[in-house]
Design a protein. Structure first.
Length: 722
């Protein structure tokens, strides 16, 4: 092929080959030939194993489908079902009790508890915002969202709201870092005297912290500091002081112009569900931003009224300890990178016979090589002082696939002359076979695993697909009351603690998908640390700051200690089928409402993915509520309709009619976007076709995945526009 170059028997797309040779390898102790020859050897050994495991996925699904068809109309027999899953190899024996042996992990992942951001690494601005979300303004988070219980104001600055925000922030200080006597609400000044924090009140009386050790230091002079640094549950609070500022000069402000919270401890730079990398040029964009993050050089131009400003990675934050010794705190979140799943093949690199290779293998090679700019010989270790590279592995099905990922990492470590287990693995517990074999999955990566997490969205999509032949599923909203979900969340934490994750690795929970509903998030997302999770996903830096409040309120380490030794919820509950109660009958209007809701969500997301190359954005739902959407939500909606079609809850004619009506609604919702291409009245564009494919071909898609259809249609749209 003219746009490919052959090296070591591999045909490599010119953009990727040039990027590696000209931008990644300079300064590293490897030649281009060394890398590609080593990669060819890895492919020769491991790519056939990957293909065999994908074939095994299909075999197991076929066996499950056959069992459900044979038992359709009969009462579900959990014992017989479990025995069948064991006999076909779906369920593996649990390993003997063990403790993970992961070492060399940064404290943000090993020991601290706090929010985690997930952003498309293809978008430099989002990536920088997420990396810099380690610190966030509590004042801005409350003033600019509905967190206080009302929407943010429009127009002129609302003094009354600002004063209410300050009062709320003072109450938070009283809870997290209380005074020995009095309240932060009455503070008139903060200063350091004789190595201790002193709070002066308006009546000239003074107080110290109830626990003086919660003051870690200051910035500026002790008697007139620019900042006071406090700590609770391992997280930091900075009181930023400026008596002459517009806020700090207010009567009763104590000179505090803002309160900064340590917020997003970690960030997943996503190269999977939230990006639209369908060819070599797209992939280079993903890799180039990861390179900029590892080198510390990534910037983005942000438009403003006078042109633009340049955004870059934040510097570390400087303080002076109470004993007078200067020290630094990290200014950025610790970054992980998420690769694509093992089921994706790519023609960016092909073998001598023209066959495609597993795309996740290419991701691992290039992102690990790039990470040498952070942890290699004489590298600055900006991202990982511990010298680790953090990879997130999505959509793994069971322990054999985790073992293959482990083998891949071992081979890349050897190729790059890295110490064993430098490449750490986050296992996303988002596929049913992984959930059912979680201890065995952890065991397969026990020397490098750094997190497990739950993800309701993808996990629900796989639940629907796995049980496609069992019967019609309930409405999406009803899934959260089904027994398998409670068991899934329980077992993830319980098994993680039983295998030694406490103070060694993260146990995570899923995304809050409504970025404009922060008041509701504050009410509900505290359930995640209370469940024993050390992190949970949030959709924005502001959401990270607000969610951080939950980790100030809940001592996760203590909570995990309370839960240690808990017996996991039963495997039978986990494997219970996602079916509605036997006597639940939906009305025609309820069916139509659910169908319209699903289709509007599919179209609203797909039209941006296919036509504009936007893999993650705030998409208005059928009620115009903005939801953060990526392929996980698409997987649920498309599989849900495919299931209802298969079981005749809806007809093909109903689906076609709803597609056209909802396309008109989505067109109206996007009318203000100059880059938007309407789907109506022709209904003949690649985006509309992709939505139809996802529904009518959904049952045939492996595991219900959406990537294959989206990639094909996105390439079609790029050819049309190019």
């Amino acid at each position: 092929m003219r746009d490919h170059l052959t090296i070591a028997g591999l045909s490599i797309a010119t953009p990727v080959r040039s990027f590696l040779a000209r931008e990644v390898l300079p300064g590293l102790p490897f030649t281009e030939t060394h890398l590609w020859q080593g990669f060819a050897d890895i492919l020769a050994d491991l790519a056939p194993q990957n293909a065999a495991l994908l074939t095994e996925r299909d075999r197991l699904q076929s066996e499950i489908d056959s069992w459900h068809r044979a038992h359709r109309g009969q009462p579900h027999d959990a014992g017989a079902y479990g025995a069948m899953l064991q006999s076909i190899g779906y369920l593996k024996p649990d390993p003997a009790p063990f403790t993970i042996a992961t070492t060399g992990v940064d404290p943000e992942i090993a020991r601290l508890a706090g929010p985690q951001l997930v952003v498309p690494v293809s978008n430099a601005r989002y990536a920088l915002n997420a990396a810099n979300a380690r610190w966030g303004s509590l004042y801005d988070a409350f003033y600019g969202t509905d967190a206080p219980g009302s929407p943010p104001p429009k127009g002129e600055f609302d003094v009354a709201r600002a004063k209410a925000v300050i009062a709320t922030a003072r109450a938070i200080l009283d809870e997290a870092v209380p005074l020995a006597n009095g309240s932060h609400a009455n503070a008139a000044d903060y200063f350091i005297e004789s190595g201790r924090l002193i709070v002066r009140f308006s009546n000239q009386s003074q107080a110290e912290l109830a626990n003086p050790g919660q003051c870690r230091g200051y910035r500026g002079s002790p008697s007139n500091p620019d900042a006071i640094l406090l700590q609770h549950n391992g997280l930091h609070i900075e009181l930023t002081i400026d008596h002459q500022s517009s806020i700090g000069s207010w009567p009763g402000s104590a000179g505090v112009k803002d309160i900064l919270l340590e917020s997003a401890l970690t960030t997943i730079m996503d190269a999977e569900d939230s990006v639209t990398a369908v060819d070599a040029e797209d992939k280079v964009g993903v890799y180039r931003n990861w390179l900029g993050l590892m080198q510390g050089t990534l910037t983005a131009q942000i438009p403003n009224g006078n042109g633009h400003t340049t955004r870059a990675l934040a510097e570390d934050r400087a303080y002076t300890a109470l004993n007078g010794i200067p020290f630094l705190l990290p200014g950025r979140a610790r970054m992980l990178v998420r690769h694509v799943g093992h089921h994706m093949l790519t023609d960016i690199v092909t073998l001598a016979d023209g066959s495609q290779i597993p795309e996740t293998f290419l991701d691992a090679l290039i992102t690990a090589t790039i990470a040498l700019h952070d942890i290699g010989p004489n590298a600055p270790r900006r991202n990982s002082p511990a010298g680790a590279v953090y990879f997130v592995k999505p959509k793994l099905h069971g322990p054999d696939e985790v073992a293959l990922a482990n083998a891949l990492f071992e081979r890349i470590e050897t190729l790059l002359s890295l110490p064993p287990n430098t490449l750490k693995m986050g296992i996303m517990d988002e596929e049913r076979r992984t959930s059912a074999n979680l201890a065995a999955c952890i065991h397969a990566a026990r020397h490098r695993v750094v997190f497990i997490n739950t993800g309701f969205l993808d996990r629900t999509g796989d639940e629907i697909h796995t049980s496609m032949e069992a019967g019609p599923v309930p409405r999406k909203a009803d899934f959260k009351s089904l027994p398998w979900l409670t068991a899934y969340e329980n077992r993830n934490v319980t098994i993680g603690l039983a295998t030694g994750f406490a103070n060694r690795a993260q146990i995570g929970k899923g995304m809050w998908a409504m970025p404009d509903r922060m008041h509701a998030m504050l009410d509900s997302k505290i359930a995640h640390p209370r469940a024993g999770a050390s992190t949970a996903w949030v959709p924005s830096p502001t959401a990270a700051t607000l969610h951080a409040l939950h980790y100030f309120r809940v001592d996760v380490a203590a909570r995990q200690a309370e839960l240690a030794g808990r017996v996991p919820q039963s495997l039978d509950d986990l494997l219970s089928l996602p079916l509605p109660p036997p006597r639940q009958i939906l009305t025609e209007s309820e069916v139509q409402s659910e169908l319209d809701n699903n289709i509007q969500g599919i179209l609203g997301y797909v039209v941006r993915w296919v036509d504009q190359g936007i893999g993650c954005s705030k998409v208005p739902d059928i009620h115009d509520v903005g939801l953060m959407e990526d392929r996980a939500t698409l997987r649920i909606s498309s599989q849900h309709i495919a299931n209802w079609l298969h079981h005749a809850i809806v007809s093909a004619e109903q689906v076609e009619a709803s597609l056209r009506r909802m396309a008109l609604l989505v067109d109206r919702q996007n009318a203000a976007d100059p880059a938007y291409t309407p789907m109506a009245p022709g209904y003949d564009g690649p985006a509309f076709a992709a939505a139809r494919d996802l529904i009518f071909q959904g049952r045939a898609q492996p595991s219900g995945y959406t990537e294959f259809i989206l990639t094909r249609r996105r390439r079609q749209a790029k050819r049309r526009d190019g």
